[in-house]
Design a protein around this ligand. Structure first.
Ligand code: PMP
Length: 431
């Protein structure tokens, strides 16, 4: 596969932008090699600058559940753009999008729109702190919730639970406002609540953690978190930037059997345009300005073009048949790719979210259980899949996404290619 044009675009990008990218994972640092530059996309296919066609299993990291440039979404965006790109004033479609979101969250009455998931999470945390009058936030090690200061923290050593900044430029004082505990460890949670429960404003968790592999929680784990929050007066925030509208129309509460107090959204509700959202009960959300004293704002929040893309996407998803079809495709990919003689060619999957877990070990429930051998195998297969025309997310810690634009032939082709290349890799490993 020739990629000269991508390479020269990459050199130019590196001369004007840090690392040539505008979000770090795009640089391919986790897999080696040079990033592919995209010229256009439609359905489940990307076309790169050199004219190569690639079947996309990254799908812009989750928003494109209907595929690239879905005709309904493009039509809605074009019509909205023709009516003006931004008003900085109220328009009717904002309330329509909020209603469409709330239809998926029957317990909630309010939505505030932002321009990114990061902003939605920042807003939700501020709200939780204001509502409880407490200052600490508890997150899980390896969980990603956007790039705000308070959440770029990791667990410290030993029994210390105060976060350590995981990025330069995050003040220690800010990192110390976030407590970090390992996933899948109820005793650690109980201990931190016993020690500091009265200071904890909220617990933030992805109910289906999909940012460090796919770390499906064991039964009872989310219930235990809910109970601890209730016992100590802390709020429970489900960060559903990925999971929202991905597995069903709405949030995952009915699937996991636990109700959160607040939910953050992004990705799918913006249909591929920049959107984030905080959803929750009126008693909490109405504390935001202008009604309340919790400040939050955004020049482009509720942007008419983004809102149009979100509305068009949710209109298609409202027909629940989409989810059954995505489950069927996901199951097919998994079955076809794992029925090989390579025992480590395995996946952790929920519906259309698939994580390559290329290991003979049982799937991990926490970030520090992800084994190096699995990641090394992923790196090898990432390169060979790209050569064959499959665009996988360029990191072994990232999940793959299917969309309604993928069909049986697309997943069968990927499965077959994976099996062949895994077989060759296994033979090299044992040589
Ligand atoms: N929360 C979660 C769970 C996410 O997956 C992401 C992005 N991948 C974010 C927050 C941040 O969203 P954004 O990139 O839109 O700021």
């Amino acid at each position: 596969m020739r990629r000269e044009r991508s390479l020269s675009a990459w050199r130019q990008a590196c001369s004007v932008s840090p690392g040539g990218v505008h979000s770090p994972v795009r640089a391919f640092s986790s897999v080696g090699g040079d990033p592919v530059f995209i010229a256009s996309a439609g359905g489940c296919r990307l076309t790169d600058l050199d004219g190569n066609r690639l079947v996309d299993f990254c799908m812009s990291w989750g928003p494109l559940i209907l595929g690239h440039a879905h005709p309904d979404v493009v039509r809605a965006v074009q019509a909205a753009a023709a009516r003006g790109l931004s008003y900085g004033a109220c328009h009717h479609a904002e309330a329509e999008l909020c209603e469409a979101i709330l239809a998926g969250f029957p317990g909630f009455q309010r939505v505030r729109l932002t321009s990114s998931g990061t902003e939605a999470v920042m807003t939700a945390l501020r709200l939780a702190r204001a509502a409880t009058g407490r200052s600490l936030v508890l997150k899980f090690d390896g969980g990603y919730h956007g790039h705000s200061d308070a959440l770029l923290v990791r667990a410290g050593s030993g029994l210390a639970t105060s976060g350590i900044a995981s990025s330069l430029g995050v003040p220690d004082a800010v990192a110390a406002t976030t407590l970090v505990v390992p996933f899948d460890d109820i005793a650690a949670l109980q201990a931190v609540f016993a020690a500091r429960g009265r200071e904890i404003a909220c617990v933030i968790i992805e109910p289906i953690p999909a940012n460090n592999g796919l770390l499906l929680p064991r039964p009872g784990y989310l219930q235990a978190i809910r109970e601890l929050c209730d016992a100590h007066g802390a709020l429970l925030l489900f960060d559903e930037v990925i999971s929202g509208f991905r597995f069903r129309y709405g949030g995952v509460a009915p699937l996991v059997g636990v109700e959160p107090d607040l939910v953050t959204l992004g990705k799918i509700v913006g249909g591929g345009m920049p959107v984030g959202a905080v959803a929750g009960p009126a008693r909490l959300l109405d504390q935001l300005a202008p009604l309340g004293r919790v400040y939050q704002a955004g020049t482009l929040s509720g942007n008419p073009v983004s809102v149009a893309a979100g509305l068009a996407t949710l209109a298609v998803l409202r027909d629940g048949a989409v989810y059954a079809e995505l489950e069927r495709l996901g199951a097919r990919l998994e079955a076809r790719a794992t029925s090989s003689e390579v025992p480590w060619l395995r996946f952790v999957r929920m519906g259309s979210v698939i994580w390559p877990w290329f290991s003979g070990e049982a799937p991990p429930h926490r970030a520090d259980g992800i084994d190096d051998a699995a990641i090394r195998r992923f790196i090898a297969l990432h390169a060979s899949m790209l050569e064959r025309g499959f665009y996988l997310p360029p990191s072994g810690h990232e999940v793959w996404f299917l969309s309604t634009a993928h069909d049986e032939a697309d997943v069968d082709a990927l499965a077959l290619a994976l099996v062949e290349d895994a077989r060759a890799l296994a033979a090299r490993e044992s040589a």
